[in-house]
Write a protein that binds this ligand. Sequence first.
Ligand SMILES: [Fe+2]
Length: 349
Amino acid sequence: MTSEQGIDEQAVFHNRIGAHNLAALWVGRRGVDLTRPKSPAVAARWHYDGLREELAEAGHIVTAQEAFRRVLVLENPAFPGEMRATNTLYAGLQLVLPGEIAPCHRHSQTAIRFVIEGTEAYTSVDGERTWLHPGDFVITPNWAWHDHANEGNAPVVWLDVLDTPLVDFLDTVFRENYPAPQQQISRPDGDANARYGAGLLPVGYQANSLNSPVFSYPFAQTRAALEALRKAGRWDDCHGLKMQYINPATGDFATPTMAAFLQLLPAGFDGALYRTTESIIYSVVEGRGRTVIGDRTIEWGPRDLFVIPGWHGHRHAADEDAVLFSVSDQPMQTKLGLWRDERPGDPTA
Ligand SMILES: [Fe+2]
């Protein structure tokens, strides 16, 4: 409102109360469209070849011991310096060279690993080792001791995805180093998979974590599942064949904050437009194709990485049979009743 003297009384008022750490909602929200999400993150892609060269260079200039974790972080171009691939997810590529150990620690963030190259390294989680092979999906639950080691002759590289931005936002960051470089192993290799991942559960099983008790999902099993399922020929218009990694004890997401998926797009697949409130990080395992995100087309091939921010309409197309691994923040949203998606034909689309 403007006074008879031509003074904007609301602006004067707003400026005055600002000095007292107050704000007028009707001014702050003026002109802001709150009818739908508008993620400040942008679609982005990292070609693996270029990334791998930089990672090799990192291997020359810093040891795993010195770096603690030798990781190149995927930063969303909209958030330079913030170590976020999307609004809610951290992602990075970690390199462990032959003979190296990434020392043992634990923290309140949950981590997901997806192995990209290397066959003779292992990660230990809460007293059990699991050997890493390309395509394996491994969980490090929050506050679980974990260390990594490469006992082979070739480098190992995997994708790390963590819920760090959320844990930071909630002021719940804790971290602790183990008193030795590697933790004590208390269970034989394969114990968790045999105990919880064979369609059986121990009688009287009581969960002591919100994470899946199966902490390693071997690619040999998940890839074979996709291959068996393709024979049914039931393709989703938007997703092709998309399977979710689950906690077998509950049927819920594999971790309480992040969902992970493995997806097969058959050669020639031309997907329908889809959008969802979750933000997604993709790691291409096999095949070539493209994903159109808004007005941007992202061409991808084996080992490339790309991100789709929340509520950005997108469609996948595959030139050849393609397998895509992805991680999203869907559980953070579904547990709060906030998650939505939309596809052609939906009443709201
Ligand atoms: Fe860690």
